[in-house]
Design a protein around this ligand. Sequence first.
Ligand code: M6R
Length: 589
Amino acid sequence: MCGIIGYRGDKDSKRIVIEGLKSLEYRGYDSWGIATVLNDRVAVFKKVGKIGGFSADQLKMEAGRIAIGHTRWATHGNVTEANAHPHVSCDGKIAVVHNGIIENYQELKAELKDHKFVSQTDTEIIPHLIEGYVREGYGFVEATKRALSRLEGRFAVVAVMAGYDGLIGARRGSPLVLGLGGGEREYFIASDIPAFLNHTRNVVFLEDNELVVLNKDYRIMNIKTGEDIKREPQHIDWDAAQAEKGDYPHFMIKEVLEQRDTVSRAIKQSDGEIMEVAKMLNDSFGSFFVACGTAGKVALAGTYLFSRIANKHVNFSVSSEFPNYTHFLTDKTLMIVVSQSGETADTLEAMDAARAKGVKIVGVVNVMGSTITRQADRFLLVKAGPEKCVASTKATTGQLAIVTLLAYACAGRLEEGRELLEDASAKINAILTEEYVANIRALAEKIKGWESMYIIGRGLNYPMALEAAIKVQEVSYIHAEGFAGGELKHGPIALISNGTPCIVLVANDETKPDILSNAVEVKARGGFIIGVAPKNNEVFDFWIPVPDVGNASPIVNIIPVQILAYHLAVLRGCNPDMPRNLAKSVTVK
Ligand code: M6R
């Protein structure tokens, strides 16, 4: 959570940081702040709320070549200006932005008796610790290195000091990427690439326990040992326009509609690579799909897909519960982690637990260069491009496509899987018309006043019922719950009253008769039945047609619900891109 950015160069540093913060806001948006570095002091400006339409011209602060900024998702301390970053030392000369959690901040604070703290945050300890070492006579770099090596927990940090013509960045557990600018000695450093994608696509990813000094050159070193580390830059082929809203009112609808080609992009994996992962799966025993939230629903769908297509049993666990299963792990276990960001703390911890048992790890990840892509033994890139809306949409269907393809590859039917998914992709492209979206918007108008709704599915579409509920909850704040169709009669059906919306996800497979019977049961209790199905049925009060695509049905069935969730959010006056209390990359436990 939280987005950080730093800039050093000859351009307008304030503007670059403010623009960068806007593109990082999906990581946290309860308050924000900026610090500019002058010769004798660091100037700081902070504000509660979203950065929104704020422009650099409104900032009446002096600026030099260096600035840092932060957009916050509160962990320690309320949402106040005092708790917003950057945080500064007693003399106001050192400023720090931070993403992560410092677990031992209370002990460290107790040591720093002669320092004055003004916030409730864990972060504030960092500029004071650095200041302490500077007072002892260490230079800024050494002081920062010493301070950081005392921290326990996860962090990505950028620090600046008045009169110092450079930035220091460091990470352990939270992401930080360096951008090499076009201008001489121009550097960017941020939580994520889109923060500087308009300026450069040449990047260097920092690894855990590394510190980088950006001044005349960039120098990476190990925080603890100070040993120099050489790392060549990589070129990222993301298009800056992909990270912009363009003419769309929100990223969410832009990203939903980009699903016209995300499935075909996702399956552009080389046969060799897919087959190697398939071999790892086929050679494994007692393997696990592991992920959180929406990615977790993809992972759960993976267990159904593998059982159905490859006749292979794979276990599933949400990442935060995975450490409870470690006694089942052996060196024959394979762990498949699914993640959009590749930075989710719960998933990274699950990977640590697995690695400790000798488990091999395969990642299905959207963000190139993310921690999961670096820590997994192998990874398959989802290739959906930057996903900015907090609610995951295009990355989800891309992940589903890869997991489906893998199941076919394990069954020795890779070509059949590709053909199925190409066909699904073409059919998705064909249905995503203005008229289709308008029809779903009309449905949203009808049901927007309801405070609860239910979604049911069976087999491959049970995980999608759970995912559909997440989509509706997180953007429209309607209480939505997903169930396996067969479970309703064991309790939840008591919640159905006259008019309660119930979405029924139907696939043209052996589950169809039973899920339609479940729909009839709900209707008999007064439920308003919204059928997402290849064919209309008399039980539906409202039908959303989807193509009949066999085992790719989870992909096509979730898309109309994403559109519905989007319109419910907008019609209820919610901002679908930045739902309350949430952040895009969940980098805290
Ligand atoms: O980046 P990840 O895919 O690992 O994130 C996992 C979840 O936090 C994420 O899917 C979350 O549930 C989404 N906001 C849902 O739309």
